[in-house]
Write a protein that binds this ligand. Structure first.
Ligand code: UT7
Length: 333
């Protein structure tokens, strides 16, 4: 039997740190509001002179490759999850391929928002299990600070989101004791408009982009925060339990939960409702904010660096976000 195994993790955070106090100076918000409602204390914002989504993803990928003991030339496929690509097309996967000096290998972009990394991991897992690829780079990266509406109108989202990149190396293995056990992907398109960037409109609007779209704020992200919150606290436990049940495991078997970092209140709610001790749940939203497709690989890479990820551990990744989409992956590390 062929399985896939994560053999390396890595992440990259842009140098510029923006604290809540700094945001207070330009937006009608307070450090207290942001901390109480989200848990966030600071986030990283990109440097336009230096950072792009693709090059941040490449930096994270290089760390993951080094930890996996793999040369870039040994990678045979790239899957890149982002909602903030360098270009509308082509995707970031081909740009990473170019930056790594590779030619010919396939590169795929995934657009599944906060669930993007787990969708990407699942795609890579299926390719490895069928024998199609052996060494796959899976990357999640975002630059959201350039998309956010930093005026008072956009304050509910402007204070939450941040920039960053994370990556894993997924390799083929025949060892059933150290592998991805299963992945679980879900979506509910009737909620598509609850968290979205509406414009540019393209096929829907008849024109790609118009002045009216910009003037009406259609190019700014929109979120019905409470609707997202209510669904998130249902779907997170549901999809984690689905993964555990599929593999005959109990919640108490879990060594580590690495949830998408959406809001510390969501994570705490999930942790408490599932009866998990706090130390078994990774939270770094305090320092990163919500980095959408990058949040899980960044959190996983940090947990690895902190020695919280050990061989044989049962680890669950879980995400919920725009679409709505939600997903989980259960891993025997
Ligand atoms: O990544 C996956 C997708 N995203 C999520 O999972 C996020 C889910 N949602 C949330 O995390 C929360 O809904 C938010 C953090 C976005 C908002 O928290 P909330 O407790 O739902 O606040 P709210 O939207 O109900 O707003 C409460 C008040 C409002 O004022 P009034 O109407 O009570 O006077 C807002 O105008 O807070 C106000 N407000 C702010 N005040 C200061 C909204 N944003 C801010 C702000 N600073 N940045």
């Amino acid at each position: 039997m062929l399985y896939s195994r994560i053999t390396g993790t890595g992440h990259y955070a842009p140098e510029r740190v923006v604290t809540n106090q700094q945001l207070e100076k330009s937006i009608n918000t307070t450090d207290q509001w942001i901390r109480e409602r989200t848990g966030i204390e600071q986030r990283h914002f990109f440097d336009p002179e230096k950072d792009t989504v693709a090059n941040m993803g490449t930096r994270a990928a290089r760390v993951a490759l080094e930890r996996a003991g793999l040369e870039p030339e040994e990678v045979d496929f790239i899957v890149f999850a982002t909602i903030t690509p360098d270009y509308y097309f082509p995707g970031c996967g081909v740009l990473v391929q170019r930056e790594l000096g590779l030619t010919g290998i396939g590169a795929l972009d995934i657009r599944n928002q906060c669930s993007g990394f787990i969708y990407a991991l699942s795609v890579a897992d299926q390719f490895i299990k069928t024998g199609m690829y052996k060494n796959v780079l899976v990357i999640g990266a975002e630059i959201q600070s350039s998309v956010l509406d930093m005026s008072d109108n956009g304050r509910a989202m402007a204070v939450i989101f941040g920039d960053g990149a994370g990556a894993v190396v997924l390799q083929a293995t025949s060892d059933p004791e150290h592998r991805i056990l299963s992945t679980h992907l879900h979506a509910e398109g009737r909620y598509a408009e609850e968290l979205m960037v509406k414009d540019p409109g393209g096929s829907r609007a008849g024109r790609w982009i118009t002045k009216e779209m910009i003037d009406s704020g259609g190019t700014n992200p929109y979120m019905n925060g409470q609707a997202v919150f209510k669904q998130a606290i249902i779907r997170f436990p549901e999809v984690i339990r689905e993964a555990l049940e599929k593999n005959g495991c109990q919640t108490s078997d879990l060594d580590l939960l690495v949830p998408h970092q959406a809001n510390l209140r969501i994570t705490t709610h999930v942790q408490e409702s599932m009866g998990l001790p706090e130390e078994k749940v990774v939270s770094n939203i305090q320092r990163f904010g919500n980095t959408t497709a990058a949040s899980i690989p960044i959190a996983l890479s940090e947990a690895y660096e902190e020695g919280r990820v050990k061989p044989g551990n049962l680890i669950c990744l879980a995400a919920f976000g725009s679409g709505f989409t939600w997903a989980s992956a259960l891993i025997k590390w």
